[in-house]
Design a protein around this ligand. Structure first.
Ligand code: NAI
Length: 244
């Protein structure tokens, strides 16, 4: 088992990539704390996973008090935090001239400030332990840009910057920080994308298909495990070769 005895927090773990990653981490021996603002999806995921080693906290990653309470409760229960996956994310697309300031702020609050808040809450415990792994969800569009996603692209490019900065800040303290940049992955998030766009993306992807949440969970597992012990500050593309 690649994560035996490790304690992992996965934000946005009630659905999609986060949920599948939680399942994989449990199979590999980790204790998993799922935090998500969707109470119903969180409870359904707990029932699906059916393990004593997983717990759920209803947490909005934009709410500092809720994030800190979840982190403290994890420490009270397990005494340590080995892995943080900053996976929670949203889209609110629109061409720039039509994008409201509200849509801009909303996406920045979750995808960028949420990553900052969760990492700030967890980092002191990892620093005390002198070990830990922080993994952030970027995106292929954070590297290449995308039409109609000014807010989302800004956050996913920002996540790359934070990942590289934190790799330097925390590396000397025994904490590795990396990001994954998924291509188009078949989850609820992509279900809002028009079929025409999906078909174009499949065509542009050298592997000619969308990715699955399992593809991303495997990459998180590798980066979280000791097998990736010398990998720090990297942005791992898991995108079938897509260049958008
Ligand atoms: P999803 O929409 O299926 O799941 C996201 C989860 O995050 C949901 O359970 C949702 O309730 C939760 N969440 C949203 N806002 C939250 C908040 N404020 N506090 C706590 N939880 C919150 O999304 P998916 O596809 O699983 O994406 C996961 C991550 O991967 C996101 O950061 C996304 O931007 C990124 N990603 C996804 C891609 C895709 O094609 N699906 C491509 C590239 C990146």
């Amino acid at each position: 088992m690649k994560l035996a005895g490790k304690v992992a927090i996965i934000t946005g773990g009630a659905r999609g990539i986060g949920k599948v990653t939680a399942k994989k981490f449990l199979e590999e021996g980790a204790k998993v704390v799922i935090c998500d603002y969707d109470q119903a999806a969180g409870q359904a995921t707990l029932a699906d996973l059916g393990s004593n080693d997983v717990s759920f906290f209803q947490v909005d990653v934009t709410n500092t008090a809720q994030v800190e309470a979840m982190v403290q409760s994890t420490i009270d229960t397990y005494g340590r935090i080995d892995i943080l996956i900053n996976n929670a994310g949203i889209t609110n697309d629109g061409f720039l001239v039509k994008m409201s300031e509200e849509a801009w702020e909303k996406v920045l609050a979750v995808n960028l400030s949420g990553v900052f808040k969760c990492t700030k809450a967890v980092a002191p415990f990892m620093l005390d332990q002198k070990s830990g792994v922080i993994l952030n969800a970027s995106s292929v569009v954070g590297i290449y840009g995308n039409i109609g996603q000014s807010n989302y692209v800004a956050t996913k490019a920002g996540v790359i910057g934070m990942t590289k900065g934190w790799a330097k800040e925390f590396g000397p303290k025994g904490i590795r920080v990396n990001a994954i940049a998924p291509g188009f992955i078949a989850t609820d998030m992509v279900s809002t994308v028009p079929q025409k766009v999906i078909d174009t993306m499949k065509e542009k992807t050298p592997l000619k298909k969308l990715g699955t949440p399992e593809d991303i969970a495997e990459a998180y597992l590798f980066l979280a495990s000791d097998a990736a012990g010398y990998i720090n500050g990297t942005i791992l593309s898991v995108d079938g070769g897509l260049v958008v």
